[in-house]
Design a binder for this molecule. Structure first.
Ligand SMILES: Nc1ncnc2c1ncn2[C@@H]1O[C@H](COP(=O)(O)OP(=O)(O)OP(=O)(O)O)[C@@H](O)[C@H]1O
Length: 326
């Protein structure tokens, strides 16, 4: 499968401190990739850098973001504005900050459509209504004249998805698209993104701190810790045999809504290092129950079976010595 998006050795710094430290990601046509990690691991900065939406004090200090072969990091702003939205579009975490409260949603979607294609307003309005129908809003034509505050949180997120689709992108970058929503609405919005990706043949990156959400949607998952990918594997593989101790800890802290509601969810003890505390050695060693002296070295991603893992202790034989995959 050809790659829609290739991120190579992406490095992002904030005020001179390295935050995203050499991230590689490849998104194939039609693939759904999860980028998962705790708050502060650098997921949003990775997304903003991919979209070229980062602003001072955030700086991309190295790497490439290849969208169908073109390096977005080398483009001038005007060229980037053309590609952004048309080739790759982002669905944001903070819907309230992304929709203008003073403008009707119809007008906002029409503007998004006409930014990329100079169609007459009436044509754009028809398309806007179609898009609202596609994202599951009832009476889409009537909803065009609604203001954002007249919609529920879930409906506003659907409008954001409609806007992201307005220029018919090849890839969607969804940054915690359901974090602000209740559990039932979360499931509906993820279901909607799932259906739209399948119907339109879209590739997608889903950014989330919730491994269970990624597990239900993604073909593959990249686990991020302190600005680095520490494990990348097919979703089934990662859930069955997490090889990095951080992936294992994240999995143990994941709630299965069908069976685990009465079980206390264990939190991962300790905190990720602050950006100024990060060194070139394993960043998870201070919280890792398996940490050894040899964790104090530069550790690269290496292939074990079908997974890529950044841990010197990983052997591919999980949880003990019997070799049974649990
Ligand atoms: N505008 C900013 N100014 C200063 N520091 C920032 C800024 N944005 C991000 N950071 C730093 O970068 C780190 C990574 O932030 P980022 O938002 O990428 O994390 P995340 O993994 O997406 O977490 P979350 O899920 O909470 O958004 C933060 O912990 C913070 O230290």
């Amino acid at each position: 499968m050809s790659a829609v998006l290739e991120v190579r050795d992406l490095q992002v710094a904030v005020g001179g401190l390295p935050i995203v430290r050499g991230v590689d990601l490849t998104l194939a046509a039609g693939q759904r990739l999860g980028l998962v990690g705790e708050s502060g691991s650098g997921k949003t900065l990775t997304a903003l850098a991919i979209m070229g939406l980062h602003r001072d004090p955030i700086r991309v200090v190295g790497g490439q973001v290849l969208l169908v072969g073109t390096d977005l990091l080398r483009l001038r702003r005007r060229q980037l504005d053309k590609i952004r939205g048309a080739e790759i579009a982002m669905v944001y975490q903070d819907v309230a900050a992304s929709l203008n409260p003073l403008i009707t949603i119809g007008h906002q979607i029409v503007e998004a459509i006409r930014l990329h294609e100079p169609v007459p307003r009436a044509v754009a309005l028809d398309r806007a209504a179609d898009l609202l129908g596609e994202v599951g809003l009832a009476n889409p034509r009537d909803r065009l004249s609604a203001y954002p505050h007249e919609l529920s949180g879930g409906q506003r997120q659907r409008v954001m998805i409609a806007m992201a689709l307005s220029a018919q992108p090849k890839a969607l970058l969804c940054d915690e698209p359901t974090t602000a929503l209740d559990v039932t609405t979360q499931a509906r919005v993820i279901g909607l993104i799932d259906r739209i990706c399948a119907q339109r043949g879209l590739s997608a990156i889903l950014i989330t701190h919730d491994l269970a959400v990624a597990g239900g949607f993604c073909d593959d998952i990249a686990v991020m810790y302190a600005g680095q990918i520490v494990e990348q594997a097919a979703t089934k593989q990662l859930f069955a045999t997490p090889l990095h101790p951080y992936s294992e800890a994240l999995l143990s802290a994941t709630v299965d809504l069908d069976t685990d509601l009465d079980r206390p969810v264990p939190a991962i003890p300790g905190y990720p290092p602050l950006p100024e505390e990060v060194d070139e050695h394993c960043s998870f060693r201070t919280r890792c129950v398996k940490a050894q002296n040899e964790c104090r070295q530069v550790i690269t991603l290496r292939r074990i079976g079908d997974s890529d893992v950044r841990c010197v202790l990983a052997t591919g034989i999980p949880n003990g010595t019997d070799g049974v995959v649990r």
